[in-house]
Design a protein around this ligand. Structure first.
Ligand SMILES: Nc1ncnc2c1ncn2[C@@H]1O[C@H](COP(=O)(O)OP(=O)(O)O)[C@@H](O)[C@H]1O
Ligand SMILES: [Mg+2]
Length: 292
């Protein structure tokens, strides 16, 4: 068996061992990838919608603090944001619900949130940890970039999902993102989702090349999840301000994200409800002051 085969698991939605439904279980997933515009928010909202449809109580955190856009994708206009919660407003009063998803909103254009320091990140993780017992699924939509902020937030979740698209820069940034998560957050495993692919072969090629790089230089194993195709329905849904899976459930991208959610359900780190909170604490405390 080659190194690549040993450390790469491929999970395809079509395989017979993929369960037809999503079980309600506890999970905390950070959606990241280094580069902006690769589809992190699209996939974060898509997964949240799929888990809600499966009766999983789902918290979606807009961790792209200063360039927040999940409220737009969900078609809500929150009156309060994470900034208020950090200023002392009870976090429950900041949460908004749309399409069954509970959103912890950030604030687009907020310089204060975009540039907040390590103390504020720690308090943000504390707020999420406080909420975690009320939810089965927590999805963190992490900002682009590989700085201390993004890696501390991504590293706090039990699982990391790296979104990568066919552009060479995306591949380079995905690799950089995994490298930083390994070096600064102790991450030893990540999920990979090729997005905006025009063929299955293109998705396989992306995964193959990224795996080769990671195997060569990093002590991280990758699990490939079903790819999401390029699909105009994605931007149609964004313009409508309705989650793709609600707006165009039969579109190719929506179906692929549903397959992705099922595959991830099988493969995600199995947590009990209290372990979700513990997962946050473990990562978050082991990250130490420096990387927060
Ligand atoms: N599978 C896809 N097919 C077509 N367009 C997509 C797809 N995924 C994302 N997009 C588009 O790409 C842009 C960036 O997506 P977004 O989810 O906001 O990325 P990120 O959160 O990584 O910055 C958006 O305009 C979105 O509509
Ligand atoms: Mg985004």
């Amino acid at each position: 068996m080659t190194d690549q085969a040993a450390s790469l698991r491929v999970i395809r939605g079509q395989r017979r061992d993929t369960p037809p439904t999503i079980r309600t279980r506890q999970r905390a997933i950070a959606i990241t990838g280094g580069k902006g515009g690769v589809g992190k928010s699209t996939i974060a909202v898509g997964l949240a919608t799929a888990y809600v449809a499966a009766q999983s109580r789902t918290l979606l955190v807009d961790a792209d603090f200063g360039m927040a856009d999940l409220n737009l994708l969900l078609g809500v206009a929150p009156t309060r944001t994470l900034l208020d919660a950090l200023d002392g407003t009870p976090v429950e009063d900041v949460l908004v619900t749309a399409h069954g998803i509970t959103l912890l909103p950030a604030q687009n254009g907020s310089y204060a949130l975009a540039t907040m320091g390590s103390g504020a990140h720690r308090r943000t993780l504390d707020l999420i940890a406080t909420l975690s017992a009320q939810f089965d699924t927590i999805v963190l939509d992490v900002a682009a970039g590989i700085g201390a902020s993004q890696s501390a937030i991504a590293g706090a979740a039990a699982d990391q999902l790296i979104v990568v698209n066919p552009e060479p820069l995306s591949m380079a940034d995905a690799y950089a993102c995994i490298k930083v998560l390994a070096g600064h957050q102790g991450v030893r495993h990540a999920f990979v989702v090729p997005n905006r692919v025009t063929s299955t072969a293109q998705g396989d090629d992306i995964v193959g090349r990224l795996t080769e790089l990671v195997n060569r230089f990093l002590d991280v194993s990758l699990t490939a999840l079903p790819a999401v195709p390029a699909d105009p329905a994605v931007s149609e849904a964004a313009i409508a301000g309705v989650p793709l899976l609600a707006h165009r459930p039969d579109s190719p991208a929506a179906r692929a994200i549903t397959r992705l959610a099922r595959a991830l359900d099988t493969a995600s780190t199995p947590d009990t409800r209290s372990d979700v909170a513990r997962g946050f604490w473990r990562r978050h405390l082991s990250a130490g002051g420096e990387s927060l």
